[in-house]
Design a binder for this molecule. Structure first.
Ligand code: GDP
Ligand code: IMO
Ligand code: MG
Length: 419
């Protein structure tokens, strides 16, 4: 059985958590393959609202197996809080497996993230300050600590060696910090992490594939935050595209099946960096308020704007998307007119390619659609959706060449329409 992948096609927060939770009953296994607690994946069901950071969004279905893959970076302190939060809702967790090759975020990684952002001043990335960049730097720099190292009797020595390197680096920054409280929590949390089953995820996943188990790989962030293809340097530090599922779980490319690409019916972005269709007017405020566009991890207000087909087609191409999922369609219920950018004017010339230059002067070329001005949040059948929305969807399908198979019309599990 091939592995399906679900990932974000924009700048994150497309509603991955909600949709993975909805799809979990169709799968045996949900596996995260990259990112870390920079992610905030929100789920809503039975009047419960919950945000996950490191743990796959299948966790509220007790029959599913959830895997944290080698490509993920784990902060034991955030992981411990997450476990405690989930167990309050659904009791003791079973069936959560963690790759021994996943890297550990240490207290000094978080401090380095903050110090680096502080030093960048106005050109800061706007990172989530969770230590993501420094942890992946240590991974590729071959200095990192992995979950498997926690089992090593020399773990403390390895930890202290890395900490010493970090303290030398931190001397270059004029940055005040106090590591003590972080460290106490860190070692407490490490003990809890060790109570879970640590695995060689590549072998485990291969066994599951051979046993015809259905696996869904859950992406974090979004394709436009990819370290290689996003608007560098305003990106995260992992490969967020489909290829990341191969390296982040140990799956051969030939084993990838369906690729679900998820996008909001409009666009948002948190942190710095280009956002061609960003709006600064009343429409932006309306999208932000109606869509409750405030970060699930940091609480920051999200930048808002219209749907961007140039960016969406770029992500569809990079990810090899086979099915599209549109979320937050209900937020557009309240607009007379809805716009989609179909091309960019970059330094005076029209293009439908996502530009290399992050500082290029980009002017979106818009197509305007009539709004439906109807409450769609209680609709269950695709054919009952308003004609104006069906036209909006058809246009996206014809431009991307990929069918929209799911339309999400509210944050709850139940507010999901399958075509
Ligand atoms: P993720 O990071 O991709 O999992 O997305 P987030 O959870 O960070 O942000 C998506 C937000 O939109 C969350 O608050 C969800 O509860 C909410 N949401 C998801 N789908 C819908 C939808 O179709 N309509 C509405 N109104 N909210 C949605
Ligand atoms: P989910 O999985 C939205 C953004 C940050 C910043 C940049 C780099 O919930 O969609 P990092 O902490 O990774 O070094 O920050 O990436 N970012 C996200 N934006 N959703 C996320 O995750 C994000 N994870 C990171 O705001 O601009
Ligand atoms: Mg999020």
């Amino acid at each position: 059985m091939k592995v399906d992948v679900l990932l974000g096609l924009q700048w994150g927060d497309e509603g991955k958590g909600k949709v993975v939770d909805v799809l979990t009953p169709q799968y045996d296994v949900i596996a995260r393959f990259q990112g870390g607690p920079n992610a905030g994946h929100s789920l809503e069901f039975n009047n419960i609202k919950h945000v996950l950071h490191t743990i796959p969004s299948g966790i509220f279905h007790p029959e599913s197996i959830n895997i944290i893959g080698n490509g993920v970076v784990i902060d034991p302190v955030i992981f411990k809080n997450e476990i405690e939060g989930i167990e309050k809702i659904s009791g003791k967790i079973s069936g959560l497996l963690i790759s021994k090759k996943a890297h550990i975020i240490t207290p000094t990684h978080r401090i380095l993230d903050a110090a680096s952002e502080n030093a960048k001043g106005n050109s800061k990335i706007g990172s989530t300050l969770k230590g993501i960049g420094p942890t992946y730097m240590d991974k590729t720099g071959r200095n990192g600590l992995r979950v498997g190292d926690l089992l090593d009797e020399n773990f403390i020595e390895k930890y202290n060696n890395l900490k010493e390197k970090h303290l030398i680096l931190l001397k270059q920054y004029n940055f005040q910090f106090d590591i003590e409280p972080y460290e106490t929590q860190f070692f407490e949390a490490v003990k809890m992490l060790l109570s879970f089953k640590l695995i060689d995820s590549e072998f485990e996943v291969d066994d599951l594939i051979r046993n015809n188990k259905k696996i869904l790989a859950e992406g974090a962030q979004g394709s436009l935050l990819d370290i290689d293809f996003g608007s560098y340097p305003f990106v995260t530090s992992s490969n967020t595209i489909t290829a990341g599922a191969c390296t982040g779980l140990g799956i051969a490319p030939s084993k990838i099946g369906e690729v679900y690409g998820i996008f909001k019916a409009y666009c948002t972005r948190v942190g710095s960096g280009p956002f061609p269709t960003e709006l600064f007017d009343e429409t932006a405020n309306k999208l932000r308020e109606l869509g409750r566009e405030f970060g699930a991890t940091t609480g920051r207000p999200r930048r808002c704007g219209w749907m961007d087909l140039v960016a969406l087609k770029y992500a569809v191409m990079l990810d090899g998307v086979t099915q599209l999922i549109m979320t937050k369609s209900d937020i557009l219920d309240h607009f007379e007119e809805i716009k989609i950018a179909t091309a960019y004017k970059v330094n005076g010339s029209i293009t439908d390619r996502f530009p290399y230059e992050t500082d290029a002067l980009i002017e979106p070329v818009y197509k305007t659609f009539k709004g439906w001005k109807t409450d769609i949040s209680k609709i269950n059948n695709y054919k009952d959706l308003p004609i104006e929305l069906l036209e909006y969807i058809s246009f996206i399908e014809s431009e991307t060449g990929v069918p929209v198979k799911i339309v999400s019309v509210g944050p709850d599990r139940s507010q999901t329409i399958f075509k």
